[in-house]
Design a protein around this ligand. Structure first.
Ligand SMILES: NC(=O)CC[C@H](N)C(=O)O
Length: 227
């Protein structure tokens, strides 16, 4: 399986993501610049964390107009896996691939520490290697992680099991403690915590690795045939 890590001016978790795929997961990965226009040949797209375009206007608000984003949208429409982490999640919201928006954290402080997440839905292509209800430890590092949406949107997200990860304890004011959601189709996941920073024990947790393993396992099941 071949992954693209999209690099924007101001990305700073792109190399963490690259390391997670190449060294921890041992799958193929390439950087794709924000000003390219094609994702041909890739099987998965990863939007990494950081401060694209300096987080001006709102986080992700400028990045969503980058030339590569038309290809990212098409990739998502085609049902292929798209994962946005932190600033990548913010971009997916700004792109309209996921519902809702991000506000500054309650308390207006940047939060950078490991947090406990509850796996709410393990029936997705991103979470099938977890148990439902499992508590995992994954670090967060954000100033704008306070997820907001209207009540009707929240009801739809809950009804369709689109809330995939919840913070075990409130950390940033996020509605319903939402840490990660998918689109209705289930092939686009946005999450504020950083699974790519939790891919081996030495980093404090290896719980994030199973997210990437889920993607690969799911992809193999539908793409690799054995005779
Ligand atoms: N690590 C990150 O991606 C930071 C995300 C974002 N720009 C924020 O501070 O909210």
């Amino acid at each position: 399986m071949k992954f693209a890590v999209i690099v924007f001016p101001g990305s700073n978790c792109d190399s963490d993501m690259f390391f997670a795929i190449q060294d921890a997961l041992q799958e193929e990965v390439e950087y794709v610049r924000y000003d390219e226009t094609s994702l041909e040949g890739f099987d998965g797209v990863l939007l990494p964390g950081g401060f694209s375009y300096g987080d001006y206007l709102r986080s992700g608000a400028i990045a969503c107009f980058a030339p590569i984003m038309e290809a990212v949208k098409q990739f998502a429409i085609d049902g292929k896996p798209v994962l946005g982490v932190c600033n990548g999640f913010q971009m997916l919201l700004e792109l309209g691939l996921l519902p809702g928006a991000m506000k500054r954290n309650d308390g207006l402080k940047f939060i950078c520490r490991p947090v406990d997440l509850v796996v709410e839905n393990n029936q997705t292509m991103f979470t099938s290697s977890y148990e439902k209800g499992e508590v995992i430890s994954v670090p967060v590092a954000h100033g704008e992680g306070n997820y907001e949406c209207d009540e009707a949107t929240l009801a739809t997200l809950e009804e369709n099991n689109q809330v995939v990860f919840r913070y075990k304890e409130a950390i940033n004011g996020s509605k319903a403690n939402i840490a990660g959601i998918t689109n209705e189709q289930g092939n686009v996941l946005g999450m504020m915590p950083h699974p790519e920073r939790a891919v081996e024990k030495l980093l404090g947790s290896a719980d994030g690795l199973r997210l990437f393993q889920s993607i690969v396992r799911n992809w193999r099941e539908s793409h690799v045939t054995t005779s």
